[in-house]
Design a protein around this ligand. Structure first.
Ligand SMILES: NC(=O)C1=CN([C@@H]2O[C@H](COP(=O)(O)OP(=O)(O)OC[C@H]3O[C@@H](n4cnc5c(N)ncnc54)[C@H](OP(=O)(O)O)[C@@H]3O)[C@@H](O)[C@H]2O)C=CC1
Ligand SMILES: CC(C)(CO)C(=O)C(=O)O
Length: 344
């Protein structure tokens, strides 16, 4: 691989954490598309603290305030990003997320989707049928506490695999090779626990991560902000969290036609692991809710529910959580719009 140039699309908690790690690898260049933190990043870079890694301050080679600015710069400098690391939040109501990458993808670029949720790769496959799409989930917990300041809280465990439904042998081989190259960069960046998977394995890993998120993330919102640890230490919530994870994993096994692979952690181990998280971390969905932003409702809850229904299966607990959170979000959005009308 010639000198990698990674463009991070969405330099928030996860994007900035991985960008800062990748920038420590000799020969790797990192640029970033920012939004609300743009001015802070231009002024002071992306500062990342961690219980595991040394504190870093990343000054991206190029810091863009928008995808449009990145497109202009690409044309001007004939830049070819080797990897587009996408770490925006997936908010369905905002439209097709893959549109952000229009004009940024080259032949030879890989699109690495490091986001929560299910079915998230499809819009990218549709818009960029020839591009290499790499799917990734991470148990890394991080938060941007103020613009440009990111706190890594807990874990780094990451799964990565090519997204190659219906691929022929050649495109599948290329995607596999690029996945291995990106995983090698993560490894060189000090991330010790990156599991490299094939397409089918990665889809299982995505269902598994979605099971965790469908349980933890909306529960934190509906219970008004307990930490991850406080949720698993609560006797009633622990029962509920395990039951949501179980029903999502059971459906995953039915849809994917296999039992839960040995290499994926069992529910009891996931819960036990979170009991050891003394960092005070909250699920990323709570962070959005608390800040008054829309949450990743469809990617994390709606999509698994719809996939289950398409297969004639049900997710009763997940459906209840989805319905409650959807309505809570609608009520809040209506209040916001009434309040803003009153102010004008
Ligand atoms: N935080 C965590 O602990 C974990 C998060 N995840 C997943 O990772 C993904 C990213 O989450 P997280 O890092 O927490 O999210 P953040 O909100 O911290 O970061 C997302 C970043 O993307 C930016 N962004 C969104 N849309 C655009 C756009 N159109 N143009 C430019 N920038 C944009 C946001 O800008 P702005 O600030 O202006 O909104 C923000 O800086 C999500 O799918 C999440 O579920 C997975 C594991 C753990
Ligand atoms: C870190 C973890 C697993 C917590 O639920 C997560 O994915 C999130 O916060 O979105």
């Amino acid at each position: 691989m010639s000198s990698p140039h990674v463009l991070v699309v969405g330099a928030g908690a996860i994007g900035a954490f991985f960008a800062s790690r990748l920038a420590t690898v000799p020969g790797v260049t990192v640029s970033a598309i920012c939004r609300s933190n743009y001015k802070a990043v231009v002024a002071n870079g992306l500062r990342v603290t961690s219980p595991v890694f040394d504190e870093t301050v990343l000054r991206p080679a190029f810091t863009f305030c928008s995808p449009d600015e990145a497109r202009e710069s690409k044309q001007k400098h004939d830049t070819k990003w080797s990897h587009l690391l996408v770490a925006t939040k997936l908010i369905q109501e905002l439209g097709d997320p893959s549109a952000l990458l229009d004009g940024l993808v080259n032949e030879g670029s890989s699109i690495v989707l490091m986001q929560n949720g299910l079915g998230i790769e499809d819009p990218y496959k549709k818009r960029f049928p020839q591009a290499t799409i790499i799917s990734s989930t991470t148990r890394t917990s991080a938060i941007q506490n103020k613009p440009g300041h990111i706190k890594h809280n807990f874990l780094t465990r990451t799964t990565i695999g090519p997204f190659t439904p219906n691929a022929n042998e050649t495109t599948s081989d290329i995607a596999t090779q690029r996945t291995q190259e990106f995983a090698a960069l993560l490894h060189s960046a000090g991330i010790p626990d990156v599991d490299i998977l094939d397409h089918a394995g990665m889809q299982f890993a995505r269902w598994h991560k979605t099971a965790i998120n469908a349980a933890m993330n909306p529960t934190a919102v509906l219970a008004r902000g307990p930490t991850n640890r406080a949720m698993v230490l609560d006797e009633e919530l622990e029962i509920h969290l395990k039951a949501v994870m179980k029903e999502v994993l059971d459906v995953a096994c039915k849809i994917l036609g296999q039992p839960l692979p040995e290499w994926l952690p069992r529910i009891a181990d996931v819960i036990q692991g979170v009991k050891g998280d003394t960092s005070g971390s909250h699920p990323s969905m709570w962070v959005d809710w608390e800040a008054g932003r829309k949450v990743e409702l469809e990617a994390i809850l709606g999509n698994p529910l719809r996939q289950a229904r398409e297969h004639g299966l049900v997710l009763p607990r997940t459906q209840t959580i989805y319905a409650l959170l959807k309505k809570a979000q609608e009520v809040r959005e209506n209040q916001h719009s009434i309040e803003s009308k009153l102010q004008t």
